[in-house]
Design a protein around this ligand. Structure first.
Ligand code: NAD
Length: 427
């Protein structure tokens, strides 16, 4: 057996930039709220960082070692909650930033959770399903001591899915000696997953888009929508918005974009992507680059790929009336400033994509109660949570005369800070 030691803490510039960006959002909120400096200090730092090197026996009988992380940012309002990402660029600072965003996101939607995030630096596109299973099980066993149904509950994120969650559930349960479905969310329906979980983030994005349309007195029917990223979030968001009458004029994935002014059919596009692995080459649509896609004139632009996509290099050229952030951290702070000056409304990630964690919470409650609710019941609860959060954010935005990102941060930080203050610093 050949042993390749390739694991070192992964860091990169984009992770550092992303973390700085998230910290600056906290600083802005702290300043406006006149936050107690001690609480500000507590909120700047994750409570715990787990870094593990995960050895995996590959199909060719070699062993590779991947870096895995679980960052637990804050649990003042409840157990840590957050997804697990498999991507070559996963690095510690990125995971810290994503964990902080989870704390704010759970607080915006008023879920009884704190924030966490996990990730493994690997390229799942180059790994077989067996390698991914072994990676997931070993990584889970290495997180075992610090996760659990009342401690920290993982969920899917980029390039992880319900199958990954099933392996996590099984590994955790095997180690415990009994089934613990509530240790993870985003599971398959047949393994006590929730109805509506697969499309929950996208439904939340669609609800946020619809509420924004109402706020702007714009009909959603016929509204021109552009979506960057056609994965879990982007494809279902396209499908739901299309169902609600919006016109999806352009979408993209990592291989490029397509545009059709007459409107794309998301269902047919999903079939095309399933067959060919990309949206590119879809019948009747014109091919464009990802840069061109972001600059198309439209009513709603939905970034649903990765972070740092709207930057000072393109913020001036954005031609959307409003942006609804399906992805986490797609807009850099500098770009945010430009968009605010240009009066382009941005519904921030911590509100716009909170549908996923909301239905994760509903799944966890169903698991704890050993119940399974209908799709209608889940969707009704999701609708109520997102609409309430949207209105709460609009209230803060108006009260502090800020943009919606700052409004959402003010709401989130004030909720978390109050919990930290009431719990006190022990001893
Ligand atoms: P995914 O892997 O299913 O999809 C990502 C998509 O983005 C893919 O189609 C990929 O090809 C595309 N992409 C990658 N790089 C691109 C680029 N440079 N330009 C255009 N497209 C590109 O991931 P997902 O689960 O849909 O997550 C997307 C974003 O939404 C991430 O930021 C994630 O953190 C966030 N998010 C996901 C969930 C969830 O429930 N899945 C919940 C909240 C937030």
């Amino acid at each position: 057996m050949i042993l390749h030691i390739i694991a070192e803490p992964t860091m990169n510039d984009s992770g550092t930039a992303f973390l700085n960006h998230v910290l600056r959002q906290l600083d802005t909120a702290a300043e406006i709220l006149n936050l107690d400096p001690a609480i500000h200090e507590v909120l700047k730092k994750p409570k715990r960082i787990l870094m593990v090197s995960v050895p995996v026996k590959m199909d060719d009988n070699t062993v590779r070692v991947f870096m895995g992380y679980r960052v637990q940012h804050n649990n003042a309002r409840g157990p840590y909650k957050g997804g697990i990402r498999y991507h070559p660029n996963v690095n510690m600072e990125e995971v810290i930033a994503l964990a902080m965003l989870m704390t704010w996101k759970c607080a915006v939607v008023d879920l009884p959770y704190g924030g966490a995030k996990g990730g493994v630096a690997c390229n799942p596109k180059e790994m077989s399903i067996h390698e991914l299973e072994r990676l997931t099980r070993r990584y889970t066993s290495m997180m075992f001591e610090v996760v659990g149904p009342l401690v920290d509950i993982p969920a899917p994120d980029v390039y992880t899915d319900s199958q990954t969650m099933a392996w996590i559930m099984d590994t955790y349960s095997q180690l415990k000696g009994y089934q613990v479905p509530e240790c993870v969310t985003g599971k398959p329906l047949s393994l006590l997953g929730s109805h509506g979980r697969a499309e929950a983030t996208s439904r939340g994005v669609a609800i946020a888009t619809r509420e924004l349309a109402k706020l702007l007195n714009k009909p959603l029917n016929g509204a021109r929508v552009v979506i960057q990223g056609f994965g879990n979030v982007g494809s279902y968001a396209a499908s739901i918005l299309h169902e609600w009458g919006a016109k999806i004029i352009a979408v993209s994935d990592s291989r490029g974009g397509i545009v059709d002014e007459k409107g794309l059919n998301p269902q047919a596009l999903m079939e095309h992507k399933k067959k060919t692995g990309t949206v590119v080459g879809f019948d009747g649509a014109k091919q464009i680059t990802n840069e061109e896609l972001l600059e198309l004139p439209c009513d709603f632009l939905i970034p649903a790929a990765l972070e740092n996509q709207i930057t000072p290099a393109n913020a001036d050229k954005i031609n959307a009336a409003a942006i609804v952030e399906g992805a986490n951290g797609p807009t850099t702070p500098e770009a945010d400033k430009i968009l605010t000056e240009r009066k382009i409304i941005v519904v921030p990630d911590i509100l716009a994509n909170a549908g996923g964690v909301t239905v994760s919470y509903l799944e966890w409650v169903q698991n704890l109660k050993r119940e399974q609710w209908s799709l209608e019941e889940v969707n009704a609860k999701l609708e109520q949570k997102i609409v309430t959060a949207f209105n709460d954010v609009v209230r803060y935005t108006k009260q502090y005369e800020s943009n919606m990102r700052t409004g959402a941060m003010l709401l989130a930080v004030s909720r978390v800070a109050e919990a930290v203050k009431l719990l006190g610093i022990w001893p």
